[in-house]
Design a protein around this ligand. Structure first.
Ligand SMILES: [Zn+2]
Length: 505
């Protein structure tokens, strides 16, 4: 459709450099070969099956990239200083992961090999947004971003804890006890000030994990939503309960946050809906769909696995956890060694503190959420603290494409790509306009592109061997720079940029 503009009614006489430039200014340039010959591209992705969930384009095209942007999408051949031959491969917008706790170089390498070009820590977040971005600026393989996190802010104010959220999930601290107690009015004021500072410093969202902060009252949650509403920041929330027995159920807990969103106007994003809903996941999805149909800005996400993962020392394992989650000691696995727990080792490791994998999500729940076109894909990847960490940080996106799309036929490829590219970008673009140019293969969009073999793509990370790269992700481009080539990481490139909301102080 785009080349027709250049070769059709306007005729060849219009196709001079001036015409091309004015069309470029209007965003209409599609790429007759005349244009390509005028100036070569930094990078050309040739002969790939371009799939763009926004426009619906699904056809063989050549993509021309210059200065980190997509300049043309063309049926005609293009000249580039570098060319990726993508015949037989899918050329997709790079995957955007809304939920990755491991925000370190090693995690970024695993994520790049899984097709991720933007990795965001929006659930737990940080208590120091400015410092968090400063630590990663110019040093990252892929794009990165963070939320201001209610858990670390509360740990700082109520528990006088130092450090950010990851430390509160990975290690036992005195903060843990404080997270179980109600905040005083002064502490609530201090928390609100810190949350607002983080939003002014460009946090992409407000992160909450109410299950980890059982001392937070209903009103404390409402107050946090009110601040998010003021900045149109989505609240990415791990619900208060993930249980099966009333009143401590996922259904009860999702009512709390949908009510908070309705009463305050804050956008709401419910994280990992399968590990909250367990066998009742379809009921939780129905609540999100119903809220959306009534005009609320509510979204959700899932990871494609039948186990969760968190800190054994956290409130998630407060007494009664077996009945709440419908599991027992044997279903809990110590990440450092992979051993299944007993009553004895549970007590020992809970005192020590550390990550466990929790086998608790029915396969049917995982499948229903992955297949639902409204539920986004996000990994919830964990910091790599031991040999047996959860595989989701390493294999989520390839697992959806290889296992659920190709093998199980649970959903079609374009729908799957939409759930991992366009939808996460749309979730964030009202708050952070940088996402207007992410998640799309479109002229003018950022050249974040994932190129994979739809017949081969598959996750290799398993619960037994989690530190394995995915297969079939052939090339990954971040801001126009290849970070994966011929299925291997490229050495010495750090093209990742900060994904941040406008800074207002
Ligand atoms: Zn969570």
């Amino acid at each position: 459709m785009i080349p027709r503009r250049l070769t059709g009614s306007k005729g060849k006489g219009m196709l001079d450099a001036v015409g091309a430039l004015s069309l470029l200014a209007l965003g209409f340039v599609g790429g007759g070969s005349f244009f390509a010959q005028e100036r070569s591209f930094d990078l050309v992705i040739a002969n790939g099956r371009v799939m763009d969930p926004e426009s619906g384009l699904d056809a063989v095209r050549n993509v021309g990239i210059r200065d980190g942007k997509i300049i043309t999408i063309s049926t005609a051949p293009l000249n580039g200083r570098q060319t990726i031959e993508a015949k037989g491969l899918v050329v997709s917008p790079g995957f955007i992961d809304l939920h990755e706790h491991g925000q370190e170089p090693r995690n970024y390498q695993f994520q790049a090999r899984d097709g991720v070009t933007t990795s965001l820590e929006l659930e737990a977040g940080t208590n120091d947004v400015a410092r968090w971005y400063a630590e990663r600026e110019g040093k990252s393989l892929i794009n990165f971003g963070v939320s201001i996190g209610h858990i670390p802010v509360r740990a700082q104010v109520v528990g006088h804890a130092k450090g950010d959220l990851v430390s509160s999930i990975t290690r036992s601290t005195e903060a843990e006890a404080a997270l179980h107690r109600e905040a005083t009015p002064d502490e609530l004021s201090e928390m609100k000030a810190l949350i607002e500072t983080g939003l002014k410093q460009g946090a992409l969202a407000e992160g909450m994990g109410i299950n980890y902060t059982p001392g937070a009252t209903r009103w404390e949650i409402i107050e946090m939503f009110r601040l998010a509403a003021k900045y149109y920041a989505p609240v990415h929330v791990h619900l208060r309960y993930a249980g099966l027995i009333e009143p401590e159920t996922g259904l009860n807990a999702i009512e709390e946050v949908i009510a908070a969103a309705a009463a305050t106007g804050a956008p709401l994003h419910v994280v990992h809906i399968t590990s909250m809903g367990l066998r009742n996941t379809p009921q939780l999805i129905a609540m999100v769909e119903g809220a959306r149909q009534r005009g609320l800005d509510v979204t959700t996400e899932c990871y494609p696995y039948t186990a969760g993962s968190t800190g054994l020392h956290t409130a998630v394992f407060d007494p009664g956890w077996q009945a709440r989650m419908g599991i027992d000691y044997k279903d809990v696995q110590w990440a450092e060694t992979g051993e299944r727990l007993t009553a004895e080792t549970f007590e020992k490791y809970r005192k020590q503190g550390g990550i466990v994998v929790i086998h608790m999500i029915p396969e049917e729940a995982a499948r229903i959420a992955v297949a639902n076109p409204m539920v986004m894909i996000a990994s919830d990847g964990m910091p790599i603290t031991g040999a047996k960490v959860h595989p989701r940080g390493q294999g989520t996106f390839s697992r959806v494409l290889g296992h659920y799309v190709r093998e199980e036929k649970a959903l079609d490829l374009m729908t799957a790509l939409k759930k991992m590219t366009l939808m996460p970008a749309q979730r964030l673009e009202k708050r952070a306009p940088v996402f207007n140019n992410k998640g799309r293969i479109r002229v003018g969009a950022d050249a974040d592109i994932t190129i994979f073999d739809p017949d081969r793509v598959i996750d290799k990370a398993t619960f037994d061997e989690p530190l394995q790269y995915s297969e079939g992700i052939s090339f990954v481009v971040v801001n126009g720079i290849p970070v994966v080539k011929d299925g291997k990481l490229v050495e010495g490139v750090l093209p990742g940029r900060a994904m941040r909301a406008p800074i207002s102080q």
